[in-house]
Design a protein around this ligand. Structure first.
Ligand code: ACO
Length: 321
């Protein structure tokens, strides 16, 4: 039996309008533009308006992805949203977006794998489509990380931003196209390195994000590089065959460290960290969208995606766009 693949039929992204620069943050915490740019590569990030929730950002990205695919919501029968910052404890942000899209059919649920969420969500949706359960999926990474930041903690509040990205997946008989493979990992024992200080069942609050930055940094470079090497070996793809490396946008030094370790040339690295900061589950589709918009990523190009986040969770995915 021929195994069908899932192709990316369309993609889109959305950023809130409000820009928060390093100079803006320096006005209320003890930091500087120079420190933030030198240690992270970040110059500015977008922050959702008080009236905007995660579902609003995800909805805007979904509309752009649907238009890009030449489809409307009636053509979708599965929505998977990767988010750490849902509007409500329940229902899922995916259900809220489904309603905004006017859908009265299909299934919708959220995936929680923090910054690795979009890679996990792609794998889940891909598996459900390949298994014949659904025909076409809308996969969204959407976050309002600004809502779980402690704006007095300079070691974390300078790093994150808000945004959303969305892909439409559909089956194709071309088994050399679309999503080609994944490597997904989690080691919950590293929870103390990256977590929130609260939760619904523990403190009845969402708490604030806390991170042991230098320790996470070391895990990030090693674990992401190993994940990508495993995936390339399993799929029998040489690193030179990769057209674009689209990493999670946590820190310019991490993404360059990973690229150097795998001998990926710097020209092939898609980086939006300077303008977006770390948008958690939204960062990979946001970066991907930017590179499609400016003409770098084109149809047929082979792209290597990766992310690492709270859990620790991490993973990588290969896609021929
Ligand atoms: N401004 C000025 N100084 C600062 C700031 C700041 N914003 N933040 C920390 N410092 C100080 C520290 O207090 C420390 O001072 P000290 O030497 O007097 O103690 C000094 O700068 C160095 O701090 P480090 O934390 O060692 O700085 P480092 O170079 O490691 O950079 C960073 C910190 C940017 C957080 C880095 O460690 C990092 O990127 N870590 C990984 C992030 C990541 O990948 N996260 C995963 C995804 S996030 C998620 O899943 C939610």
């Amino acid at each position: 039996m021929t195994q069908s693949n899932c192709r990316v039929a369309g993609q889109g992204a959305y950023l809130p309008e409000r820009v928060l620069t390093n100079a803006d943050i320096s006005a209320f915490v003890d930091t500087s533009d120079e420190w933030i740019r030198a240690r992270t590569g970040i110059s500015e990030r977008r922050i959702a308006d008080d009236s905007q929730n995660t579902s609003d950002l995800g909805y805007e990205a979904a509309k752009i992805a649907l238009a890009d695919a030449g489809l409307d919501a009636d053509d979708i029968d599965l929505i998977v949203v990767a988010t750490t910052t849902p509007d409500l404890v329940f229902p899922a942000t995916a259900a809220l977006i489904q309603d905004r899209l006017g859908m009265r059919h299909g299934a919708a649920f959220d995936v929680q794998a923090v910054c690795s969420g979009f890679i996990y969500a792609l794998a889940v949706a891909d598996g459900l489509l390949k298994g014949g359960v659904f025909n076409r999926a809308l996969v969204i990474g959407a976050e309002t990380m600004s809502r779980i930041l402690d704006w007095e903690d300079r070691s974390t509040c300078v790093l994150f931003g808000d945004g959303a990205g969305a892909w439409i997946l559909e089956k194709t008989d071309d088994n050399a196209a679309g999503l080609l493979g994944y490597d997904l990992r989690c080691e919950g024992r590293f929870t103390p390195l990256l977590k929130t200080t609260g939760g619904v069942s523990s403190t009845r609050t969402s708490g604030y994000l806390r991170m042991e930055g230098p320790a996470v940094f070391k895990h990030a470079v090693t674990k992401i590089s190993n994940s990508m090497a495993r995936l390339l070996e399993r799929e029998e793809i040489e690193i030179d065959e990769i057209d674009w490396f689209v990493p999670h946008q946590a820190n310019q030094r991490i993404l360059e460290g990973v690229a150097d370790k795998l001998k990926i040339s710097r020209e092939k690295v898609v980086s939006t960290v300077a303008r977006h900061g770390n948008t958690s589950a939204a960062s990979v589709p946001l970066a991907f969208h930017q590179a499609v918009l400016d003409g770098r990523i084109q149809r047929g190009h082979l792209c290597l995606l990766e992310a690492l986040g709270g859990g620790l969770t991490w993973g990588s995915a290969l896609v021929r766009f």
